[in-house]
Structure formats: structure tokens, C-alpha cells
Design a protein around this ligand. Structure first.
Ligand SMILES: N[C@@H](CCC(=O)N[C@@H](CS)C(=O)NCC(=O)O)C(=O)O
Length: 387
């Protein structure tokens, strides 16, 4: 089954769960919501978590809306590589540090990092603003001293192996490092500097944690400049519909003709190829099935492309080659929710405007209508709308 985490890039509580997934050696799918667009405060996310906060962890029909609950659940659902210890005493030590880090360390970090990293204030030396920040920094130093003490004689916060306590503390310390790197002058005035810094054991632990398998993948996507510009974001939309996940899966493998266009073959198993044409036009795309999980996931890769569109440059013809259409299906109180990402279809492509309008019609409107009512608006019924 697929583990999906709904997150906001850099949100420390969601990052805890990502770190926990990495510690347990699990793989996951990530839905990165745009906080600036308020995606976490509107549907379809609010149906998942009416509080509008991240993280939400999903697997099959199980939805967990709290970071610590998610870590505890992961440890029960995937008992290998326990992150809450193997004995009552270990569990007590880990839980205690986990909860302290989750509240005291988090609060102290927030008080410094919200103004420095998010609001990006530049306080005038000697100003009341700077005095307030210095008071907040003192509290953060106290928390860092606490962690430094825990690491005396042991490599991880609660013992010899990484645990949930490390998963919760790691994002906070990594965010402090980020602030030191990107707001060095302000952070130095607050007593946080580059190595050799004041917390040598904490600095070593941060490096040890960063080097663990899978941990690099937990870093906020927006830290990678290449993927952060709007021009490089994949086409991504979600719909909810009054149909079962099984019916949605069927529509996305054998029922394309009901909402998009009739292919030459159905998609029945990985490796199957289907060519999608839009007569009377000569455009076509052939997709090969890569991953199919009934009721959960359909992933197709474009292996042939000829996109012809009046008035458009020849450059659009093969732009879809190698792109992947990925539909993730979740059960939902309404029936199902489908999250669609066309990996590689980005605003930087020449065809983006046409294709965005095309998918908005076929996926957002037509597939939803088909699943809700049995009646979509596929190509044969809407000859003018072509991808
Ligand atoms: N108890 C929740 C709190 C989640 C939480 O507050 N998450 C923050 C991100 S770190 C959030 O979503 N903030 C957005 C908001 O509250 O609007 C948990 O630990 O999962």
C-alpha cells in the first residue's frame, strides 16, 4: 500500500513524519501543498483535515492528522526498526524526549525562526525588535543546551539508535542551520554561528542524522532552487467524486473513452501501451503503464508523442515524451478523491497553456462529471477541446 504524506515545504511538524519514514526505511509519496495559495485551508484538503494543518499521513483508508500520532502509528503498522524503543524503559525515555522536543524545542525554534526565516525581519541593533528576538534566542539556546546534554556519551538523543525523538528534533536543528546559512548576520548576532559552533555534539548529531539513508529526501523541496520556481512546477489538480476508488481506477485504466478519448487499447497491467488520438486531428500520445495498484494508483509514462496544434510552434510536438501521468486515488466521505500530477508537464513547456486547459477540462470537469453522474464530456463530445 502507498503511504502518502500531505505536507507544506519546510513545515517542521510534517518533516518529523518524513524523518520517521526515513528512519524506518519506508518509501512514501508526498503531496506538497502551497501555503501561500492557502491550499491547506480549502477543499479537497479540508475534507482530510478540517483543522487545515499538516501533516496528514494516509495509507489506504487510514488518515492520521497529527505528527506524533503518525509516528506512533507508523511504529505499530511497520514494527521493523522500532522508533519508540523495544522495552518499557526505552519507550519512556524516547516518549519523554519526543514530547519535550515537540513542544518546548518547537516553540523556542518558532519564536526565532518565524521572524528570521519567514518574515525575514532585519532588526535594527538596539531596537525593541532586536531585544525581543534576543530573548527568544536565549530560550532557543536553553533548548540546544538540553539536546547537547542528551548527546553526552550517546550518538542519538535517546540512546544508541535513532528514534522518534531524533525525528522530531532533526527538522528544528536543520532549520536553525538553514537560518544560519541564509540569514547569517542576524543569526550571528543571536549567538548562532557556523562551526565551530557552540554545540559540537549537536552539530555532529545533525551530520549523522543528515547522512542516514533517505534523510536527504526529507529536506524541504523549496530549498532546491531548481524545483522551486513556478515555471518548474508540475501540473497538479485534485478532484473528489461520488464513486468508489475501484470505479475511479477502472475509469483511469479501461474507461478513458468515457471522459478523455478512446485509446486503441485498455490499460490492464504494467507494460501495457495505449495510444490516445483526437480525431479528426492527427495528434497522438502513447502511454505505457508503469505502476498500477487497483483502487490506489495509476502511473503512465508517455513513450510516443506527436502534438500538432494550429498556430503553435513545432517545438510542442514531442514535449510530453518521458512525462508521467500519475493518478493517486483515496477513499473519501464523498466516495473517492483523485490527485493527479502530470510529472514533467510544467509552465516552462511551450504547450503548457493548451495542455493545462485540456486537462482542466478532461480531468477536472469531465472525469469528475463521469464519476459523479455516469456522463462525462470526452473528446468525441467536445471535438474542439484538444490537448
Ligand atoms: N498537532 C498537529 C499540529 C500541526 C501544525 O500546526 N502544523 C503546522 C505546520 S508545522 C500547520 O499546518 N500550520 C498551518 C496553520 O496552522 O495554518 C501536529 O503536530 O501534527
Amino acid at each position: 500500500m502507498t503511504l502518502t504524506i500531505h505536507t507544506i515545504s519546510g513545515a517542521p511538524r510534517a518533516w518529523r513524519v518524513l524523518a520517521g519514514l526515513a528512519l524506518k526505511g519506508l518509501s512514501w509519496d508526498q503531496n506538497v501543498l502551497s501555503a501561500s495559495d492557502g491550499e491547506h485551508k480549502r477543499e479537497p484538503f479540508l475534507s482530510l483535515n478540517p483543522r487545515g494543518t499538516v501533516p496528514v499521513l494516509e495509507e489506504g483508508g487510514c488518515v492520521i492528522r497529527d505528527s506524533i500520532a503518525a509516528l506512533a502509528w507508523l511504529d505499530r503498522a511497520y514494527p521493523e526498526r522500532p522508533i519508540f524503543g523495544s522495552s518499557p524503559d526505552e519507550a519512556a525515555e524516547i516518549w519523554q524526549i519526543t514530547m519535550e522536543a515537540s513542544s518546548y524545542l518547537r516553540d523556542a525554534c518558532h519564536a526565532v525562526l518565524a521572524p528570521v526565516l519567514v518574515q525575514r525581519i532585519a532588526p535594527v541593533p538596539g531596537s525593541p525588535e532586536e531585544a525581543a528576538l534576543k530573548t527568544a534566542a536565549e530560550a532557543l539556546h536553553r533548548e540546544c543546551r538540553w539536546l547537547e546534554g542528551l548527546l553526552d556519551g550517546r550518538p542519538y538523543l535517546a540512546g544508541d539508535t535513532p528514534s522518534a525523538a531524533d525525528a522530531v528534533a532533526f527538522p528544528e536543528i536543520r532549520l536553525i542551520q538553514r537560518a544560519v546559512e541564509t540569514r547569517h548576520e542576524v543569526m550571528e548576532r543571536l549567538g548562532f554561528g557556523f562551526p565551530p559552533d557552540h554545540y559540537p555534539r549537536l552539530a555532529d548529531w545533525k551530520e549523522r542524522m543528515s547522512a542516514l539513508p533517505g534523510m536527504a529526501k526529507t529536506l524541504p523541496p523549496h530549498w532546491n532552487e531548481r524545483t522551486s520556481s513556478p515555471a518548474s512546477r508540475n501540473y497538479k489538480r485534485s478532484i473528489s467524486a461520488a464513486a468508489t476508488p475501484g470505479q475511479a481506477f477502472h475509469a483511469l485504466t479501461q474507461g478513458f473513452g468515457d471522459w478523455w478519448t478512446v485509446p486503441d487499447n485498455p490499460i490492464l497491467q504494467p507494460g501495457d501501451r495505449a495510444r490516445f488520438t483526437f480525431p479528426p486531428g492527427r495528434s497522438f500520445w502513447t502511454f505505457e503503464a508503469k505502476r498500477l495498484v487497483p483502487g490506489e494508483l495509476v502511473e503512465l509514462e508517455c513513450v510516443e508523442a506527436l502534438h500538432l496544434h494550429e498556430g503553435q510552434p513545432n517545438g510542442i510536438q514531442t514535449e510530453w515524451l518521458g512525462t508521467r501521468a500519475i493518478w493517486r486515488i483515496f477513499p473519501d466521505p464523498q466516495g473517492c478523491r483523485i490527485r493527479f500530477e502530470h510529472e514533467g508537464l510544467r509552465p516552462s513547456l511551450l504547450c503548457y497553456g493548451i495542455c493545462e486547459a485540456g486537462w482542466d477540462h478532461f480531468f477536472v470537469s469531465s472525469l469528475k462529471a463521469f464519476l459523479d453522474t455516469g456522463q462525462g464530456t470526452p473528446h468525441r463530445a467536445a471535438e474542439k477541446i484538444q490537448l
